[in-house]
Design a protein around this ligand. Structure first.
Ligand code: GLU
Length: 476
């Protein structure tokens, strides 16, 4: 049976899904699953100027790809709908009427110019910018005259500057907001539409959200929303303000940082399991780091959350986690996932028989950290290697010529690769060269790499004809 734990992911469809969004969705999801609660998806699409076409569809597709299914929301429906804010205007209007009826909000007719000048003046005087309440004090008559004259206005909420409002945060404990630090804030725009502060509050209230889990960047909004809960005499939800994800220099992660968007990571062949795994453990310490989202939902400790306000994004760690998840994939899953990359990088793979392709992919499986790497890892098979004599010499040093001579001396058996390899090894043993240096030279000649793929694999995967051609080309 579902209890009254209700959480929500409330993205604005204004652009790309980035890791901050994904982490917010994930933490809401984990919380709901662990507590047998309800996970709601709500589209905060009221800022129609900033909405991006198809962004809503993409959010839904991304959540599905990540395995973060929601219980209520667009398409899924639910008792608390509609789940698009643009379809909830009537509800916001009703709540505004209530607020105004209790004399807790007022119309503000001040022009933008007046507000700008005031702000400038305050700044120059070293005061915090705040609205001076001119419009809170005008008479009913005067208001009516302005309305008759069709002067544009917005609604502001009266902030009680003597008040201190406390909220409960899962990571930070109690946070107190001194309301004297906040100005009377706008809840509508001049075109009559409602601001984020208000719609987000009304919906959390009407959708009976018990826990608001979102980015730390919303903390100052929370103070204003706490004032709204107070104005309507409502019980506040519990909050969890998630730390901001920063790059290695400690700056807020941005589009310039690779891996900021989900799109980046998808393109580079990161698996959804790895992304949610990484974003679950980022900033925390876990005995068992590699776990599925389902397992984390059982064990994640929401009672003991570190209270840092930023965490560092570590692409290397994410890559390591991805490597672990790639190795967990069944061969057929891996093959299906990498095939588009293989075909894209090596078009001739389209005509290769599937069995051979499977064999190639399984052979490189232990090396694959991100799926896109298959392009490079399979290049040895599809592309004729280039023998760079200078590079070879500088790598092998004084022994370079001797090594080539030794390999050359065995060329007669190259029609039978197994024999070639066996006899070559015997010759190395009898010489003063090291097994490793000669074999990695053979690898370089055959695959243009000194390390990586195992020699036996190489001889198994490359057809004898290919082996012969490549050796002869480099050595003759
Ligand atoms: N639409 C807001 C955002 O995308 C939602 C914030 C919240 O979760 O309350 O940042």
């Amino acid at each position: 049976m579902k209890n009254k734990i209700r959480v929500r992911f409330a993205p604005s469809p204004t652009g790309i899904m980035h890791l901050g969004n994904v982490r917010a969705a994930l933490m809401n999801y984990l919380f709901a699953r662990q507590k047998n609660g309800t996970f709601v998806l709500r589209m905060e699409d009221t800022d129609t100027q900033r909405n991006v076409v198809e962004a809503e569809k993409k959010i839904i597709i991304h959540l599905k790809w990540l395995g973060l299914g929601y219980d209520e929301g667009p398409l899924a429906g639910g008792e608390y709908g509609p789940y698009f804010q643009t379809e909830r205007t009537q509800l916001y209007a009703e709540k505004l009427t209530e607020l105004a009826g209790h004399n807790k909000a007022y119309r503000c007719f001040c022009s933008k110019e007046r507000l700008d000048t005031m702000r400038e003046r305050q700044r120059a005087a070293g005061q915090p910018p705040r609205y001076d309440r001119t419009c809170a004090l005008i008479s009913e008559d005067k208001i009516q005259r302005k309305l008759d004259a069709k002067l544009p206005y917005i609604w502001r909420v009266k902030v009680n500057e003597h008040q201190i409002l406390d909220i409960k945060d899962l990571a930070k404990g109690t946070i107190s907001f001194e309301m004297k630090n906040f100005s009377d804030f706008a809840i509508t725009r001049q075109d009559g539409s409602f601001t984020f502060i208000f719609t987000n509050f009304v919906d959390d209230w009407l959708m009976e959200i018990s826990h608001v889990i979102r980015g730390e960047d919303h903390l100052s909004n929370t103070a204003l929303q706490a004032a709204l809960y107070d104005a309507f005499m409502l019980k506040l939800p519990t909050f969890w303000h998630l730390p901001i994800i920063c790059n290695q220099n400690g700056e807020k992660l941005s589009k310039r940082d690779f891996g900021f968007t989900l799109h980046d990571l998808q393109n580079a062949g990161f698996l959804p399991q790895a992304i949610v795994n990484y974003l679950t453990i980022i900033g925390g310490s876990f005995e068992k780091e590699i776990q599925s989202v389902h397992d984390f939902a059982q064990t994640f400790n929401f009672e003991k959350i570190p209270s840092s306000s930023s965490i560092k994004y570590d692409l290397e760690k994410l890559t390591w986690i991805n490597h672990q998840w790639v190795s967990k994939l069944a061969d057929h899953e891996l093959i299906a996932s990498v095939m588009p990359y293989v075909h894209e990088a090596h078009p001739e793979s389209v005509t290769l028989n599937q069995e051979k392709l499977n064999e190639l992919i399984i052979a490189i499986k232990p090396e694959i950290k991100t799926l896109v790497e298959v392009k490079q890892l399979l290049a040895f098979y599809f592309q004729d290697p280039r023998f760079d004599a200078n590079l070879f010499k500088s790598t092998m040093g004084d022994n370079a010529e001797k090594i080539l001579d030794l390999i050359r001396s065995e060329l007669h058996s190259v029609e039978k690769p197994e024999e070639f390899l066996k006899e070559l090894k015997a010759k190395i043993k009898a010489s003063d060269l090291k097994m490793k240096e000669v074999l990695s030279s053979v690898r370089y000649i055959l695959a243009e790499t000194f390390s990586g793929i195992g020699m036996n694999d190489l001889f198994k995967l490359l057809e004898p004809e290919k082996i012969r051609k490549r050796l002869q080309k480099a050595l003759n």
